[in-house]
Design a protein around this ligand. Structure first.
Ligand SMILES: Cc1cc2nc3c(=O)[nH]c(=O)nc-3n(C[C@H](O)[C@H](O)[C@H](O)COP(=O)(O)O)c2cc1C
Length: 206
């Protein structure tokens, strides 16, 4: 548990700074993150816009030895990946899977409640990603490293059985969270290249 003094010294970046400085982090310190701090990130996620207030997201948080619950899924997904490419599964595949699952002190599997209406389902999926971005930004604002990942274990639902995902649920992403001193560089092309402005009415309608 963080002491009040530690909590007071925690950073809190403004929104635009957090947006611009957030980076996908792969190297984490093993230092544990207090539960309250994780809950703050999840609360930020939970405030994401979601159409009809469906609250489509579900969060499963794995810390400490709880991360062991993810290893099989990661391993099965890696076997699947090698087989898809027609490659031999390396002898250390299980160890690599475990290393990945223990690479950050907190791993959050974000899943969504599916909907048989394709429009609502798509909106719910989008809302989950908005929630994930809130989580990433809140982490950055608080000085934590994060990164969202998908890949076979999410896309092919290898995490489902071990995480107890219901039949009406599907995984959306895995989010890694922890302290890090990894050096990062943000790379983006100028936004002007991706923007079109319309400041006059179409011809004939002036
Ligand atoms: C939908 C989505 C899925 C992603 N999946 C992965 C992933 O499986 N593995 C990975 O290393 N990064 C993944 N990322 C992170 C991106 O690679 C990363 O955001 C991108 O390289 C830009 O870097 P930045 O986040 O530091 O700006 C994913 C990001 C998004 C939005």
């Amino acid at each position: 548990m963080a002491t009040p003094a530690e909590t007071e010294t925690r950073p809190l970046l403004d929104t635009l700074t957090a947006i611009r400085t957030r980076r996908s982090i792969k190297q984490y310190s093993p230092a544990p993150i207090p539960k309250e701090w994780v809950m703050e990130l999840l609360d930020a996620a939970h405030w994401a816009p979601n159409h009809y207030l469906t609250h489509p997201w579900r969060f499963r948080v794995f810390t400490g030895e709880g991360r062991e619950r993810l290893v099989d899924a990661r391993y099965q997904a890696s076997v699947f990946g090698f087989q898809q490419k027609g490659e031999t599964v390396p002898d250390n595949a299980y160890d690599l899977a475990r290393t990945k699952c223990y690479s950050a002190p907190v791993i959050i599997i974000v899943s969504m409640i599916t909907n048989e209406d394709p429009t609502i389902d798509r909106e719910n999926y989008a809302a989950c990603w908005v929630a994930i971005q809130n989580l990433l930004l809140a982490g950055t604002a608080r000085g934590l490293g994060t990164y969202p990942s998908t890949g076979d274990w999410i896309d092919h639902n290898f995490v489902g059985p071990g995480c107890g995902l219901g039949e009406n649920e599907r995984p959306v992403a895995c989010v890694f969270v922890g302290y890090s001193d990894q050096e990062t560089t943000g790379k983006r092309l100028p936004v002007e290249r991706f923007t079109t402005w319309y400041e006059t009415a179409p011809q004939g309608r002036e």
